[in-house]
Design a protein around this ligand. Structure first.
Ligand code: GLU
Length: 281
């Protein structure tokens, strides 16, 4: 079966060469095999995403010659979908409201002897609100106290067969998942209706993505994504995590490198062909 791939940028800045490479990886895989290449804007974080960047991303991809199939899915236009997924997890008893502020968590972590850290290096949530009674949860939610929704990781692990917690990484076979490394991860933030992890897995399933191509920096998240897929009975895509582009000094390209944006490169006289040749090398 020809693959369905996707590029799913968050419009938090102009497209830089590293992201464009990611887009090209998905596009190239689909186009070489007669598959489909989808585009999705992951713009549910109102504090960081801007429509101006969303428009610029579409324009830059078109300039580069990377065409996509079907309409662009814009996550902020589908919030009820993510709400429904959260409700399902909640109905399975796998979510709990968390009222902690950042300062509460820091205090709690500082007070504990051994605070385990997650894949991003941040300390794991110490589980404070998991221990609240159902009555207290309900009272505080009813009183309108701001809260996030967290996955009860232990309960989630119990609810999903261990044997399914592996994934197919291209060229590497099946790799094991260790979602427990994320602890009680936030699936809906106080200030954003759903998390990246929930929306990305929901949409890959909804859109029929069969091959997820993305940077190796996102590979640790796959462990959690497989857990969500098994809990929700969503189909399992294959994964191809690609290397990250680096600058001349070997440093990974990042959004802060203005010169590496496609806009800056275009203004400096680069042609799409120069960039595509670099990707294909
Ligand atoms: N929206 C994510 C980002 O821009 C990428 C999502 C993915 O490819 O899984 O970092």
């Amino acid at each position: 079966m020809p693959p369905t791939t996707r590029f799913a940028p968050s419009p938090t800045g102009y497209l830089h060469l590293g992201h464009a490479f990611s887009a090209w990886c998905g596009w190239h895989r689909a186009r070489c095999a007669g598959g489909r290449f989808l585009l999705r804007l992951e713009d549910i974080d109102p504090g960081r995403c801007h429509p101006e960047y969303a428009a610029a991303i579409l324009e830059d991809l078109a300039w580069l010659g990377l065409d996509w199939d079907g309409p662009v899915r814009i996550q902020s236009q589908h919030l009820p979908d993510y709400r429904a997924a959260l409700d399902r997890l909640s109905g399975m008893g796998l979510l709990y409201p968390c009222f902690c502020t950042r300062a509460d968590i820091q205090r709690e972590v500082a007070a504990s002897a051994a605070a385990p850290h997650g894949p991003d290096g941040a300390p794991l949530y110490p589980g404070t609100c998991r221990r609240l009674s159902e009555a207290e949860r309900q009272d505080r939610v009813a009183a309108g106290e701001p809260h996030a929704l967290r996955l009860d990781m232990n309960a989630a692990l119990k609810a999903s067969p261990r044997s399914e917690l592996t994934y197919q990484e291209e060229g590497q076979g099946r790799l094991p998942c260790h979602p427990e490394r994320f602890g009680d991860v936030v699936l809906a933030r106080k200030d954003a209706p759903a998390s990246y992890h929930l929306c990305v897995t929901h949409d890959d399933a909804l859109q029929g993505v069969t091959l997820v191509t993305r940077g190796v920096d996102l590979q640790p998240a796959t462990d959690l994504h497989r857990l969500l897929q098994t809990l929700m009975d969503w189909p399992e895509p294959a994964y191809a995590h690609h290397h990250l582009l680096t600058d001349d000094t070997g440093r990974r390209l990042a959004k802060r490198d203005r010169a590496a944006t496609l806009r800056a490169m275009r203004d400096a006289g680069a042609a799409p062909r120069d960039i595509l040749e670099r990707f294909a090398a």
